[in-house]
Design a protein around this ligand. Structure first.
Ligand SMILES: Cc1cc2nc3c(=O)[nH]c(=O)nc-3n(C[C@H](O)[C@H](O)[C@H](O)COP(=O)(O)OP(=O)(O)OC[C@H]3O[C@@H](n4cnc5c(N)ncnc54)[C@H](O)[C@@H]3O)c2cc1C
Length: 420
């Protein structure tokens, strides 16, 4: 039976290998690290004595590829989601609090309701968002919605940094529009926020690894791909340094690694190499964290913190588009973020509780207009070589949904090649 080699066991490579074994084909998944998950992983932190995620990851109702992956690996119960989409916010400068509540159905009448929309805005302010639908490839979010006013500060900016890991001033309008169309454009159920119940590792990653192994696939850790042996338009062997894997006719390879790693192996592929950072702070409180309306997340405006997530006694803060913050000393970051969290939780000022700061300096590719044309197609000039990863040309931002979708698409191509 033809073998499909998948290189990189992040969400793209895992989703790809899951699809291959689901179709009854042979797969070997090669991963350079000692564990799967890539940028979406959990680990035990000694200081907090808790299993934490490298960063808070939000999944939306409008993420069908993620749900289909979870259904295949029998992992849907690992996600916990909102019963109704609602996004509470606090402005830590003014103390004002509000909740954004999209309505059911495709007609977004929530913008007409002062109780559901952002305070201080008029329904006509939201019409600027429609400009994103027809934005030029060179346009940023700010080119479409402007760069000042309460709606920019309280909706467009937090939405853009959360979705694109970029500010409205630099984020690509062409990447935000598909997300708006698939969420707010579909109604409240598509906007519901889901998070991993226990953590990304146990709830998203490990069920995939188990499914692949249970269905006869191989998962090899500590295996770094160093090069490809090519002959004409075919890949003949994978070079792992001390070992190599020869490819028989009908065998294929899917490279599901970040752009920066890929271009070391395939120098001819254009790829978006500029990246942006995300900083997460995980604070351990001496009680369970309670957020408004029993929500698992809270938007923070007017401070350094952007989103606060609650899981048991851990209050986790995310700051996206955080290249400058990532250069600062961890203790100083903890002080700054705890100031915002204390206000958000209604606590008096105090020194930060036990904390772990995680800086992901290359969290995503820079999702700016100049990067769009550099996203690679899944097919390459080699007949048995395919690409996956959140940075490839999915039409979606660099998210778990984009990564999983890219893996599933590459699996379809590799399976078709195996059948030829
Ligand atoms: C802090 C943070 C917060 C985020 N928040 C969200 C969120 O809220 N919602 C959301 O949807 N997305 C979020 N994302 C984005 C999401 O994590 C990524 O889009 C997704 O995990 C990318 O998956 P991937 O498989 O494409 O790449 P990766 O996860 O990078 O996987 C690539 C794998 O390839 C391996 N590899 C690299 N080179 C080699 C080699 N030569 N040989 C073998 N293996 C190799 C790597 O070790 C890695 O395991 C966030 C990311 C970060 C970092």
């Amino acid at each position: 039976m033809p073998m499909i080699h998948v290189v990189g066991a992040g969400m793209a490579g895992l989703a790809c290998a899951v699809e291959i074994v689901r179709s009854g084909r042979a797969v070997t998944l090669h991963e350079s690290a000692g564990q799967a998950g890539g940028r979406c992983r959990s680990f035990h932190d000694e200081t907090l004595d808790r299993v934490i995620d490298n960063g808070n990851h939000l999944i939306l109702g409008a993420n069908p590829a993620v749900f289909s992956y979870l259904d295949t690996v029998d992992g849907r119960s690992g996600l916990v989601g909102q019963v109704r989409a609602e996004f509470p916010f606090v402005d830590v400068t003014s103390g004002e609090r509000w909740t954004l509540r999209p309505n059911a159905g495709r007609l977004p009448w929530w913008i007409f309701s002062p109780a559901r929309r952002v305070p201080g805005t008029r329904w006509t302010d939201y019409l600027a968002g429609l400009k994103l639908a027809r934005a030029a490839e060179t346009a940023t979010i700010a080119d479409c919605v402007g760069n000042s006013g309460p709606l920019v500060k309280r909706l467009w900016e937090p939405l853009t940094v959360a979705v694109l890991n970029a500010s409205t001033e630099e984020g690509a309008a062409r990447l935000l529009w598909p997300v708006l169309r698939l969420t707010f454009g579909q109604g409240e159920a598509a906007c519901r926020a889901y998070v991993a119940r226990r953590g990304l590792g146990p709830d998203l990653v490990e069920p995939g690894v188990k499914y692949i192994r249970d269905h006869g696939g191989k998962v090899c850790f500590g295996r770094r791909l160093r090069g490809l042996n090519k002959a004409g338009r075919r890949i003949e062997a994978l070079d792992f340094g001390a070992e190599s894997a020869a490819l028989a006719p009908g065998d294929s390879v899917v490279l599901a690694m970040p752009a920066a790693n890929l271009v070391q192996i395939l120098t001819e592929i254009p790829a978006p190499l500029e990246t942006r950072a995300i900083v997460n702070a995980h604070f351990r409180l001496d009680h369970a964290v309670q957020l408004p309306g029993n929500n698992r997340l809270l938007g923070i405006i007017g401070g350094t913190a952007q989103w606060l997530f609650a899981r048991d006694d851990i209050a986790s803060v995310t700051v996206s588009a955080a290249d400058k913050l990532a250069e600062i000393d961890a203790a100083e970051i903890a002080e700054r973020l705890w100031r915002d969290v204390a206000i958000a939780l209604g606590k008096p000022p105090s020194a930060p509780p036990p904390v772990r700061i995680v800086k992901e300096k290359r969290a995503t590719f820079a999702q700016i207009p100049a990067a769009l044309a550099k996203r690679a197609q899944p097919r390459t000039d080699y007949e048995n070589l395919f690409l996956a990863g959140d940075w490839t040309a999915t039409g979606l931002p660099a998210t778990i949904e984009g990564a999983v979708l890219s893996g599933q698409r590459a699996a379809t191509l590799a399976l078709a090649n195996a059948r030829r």
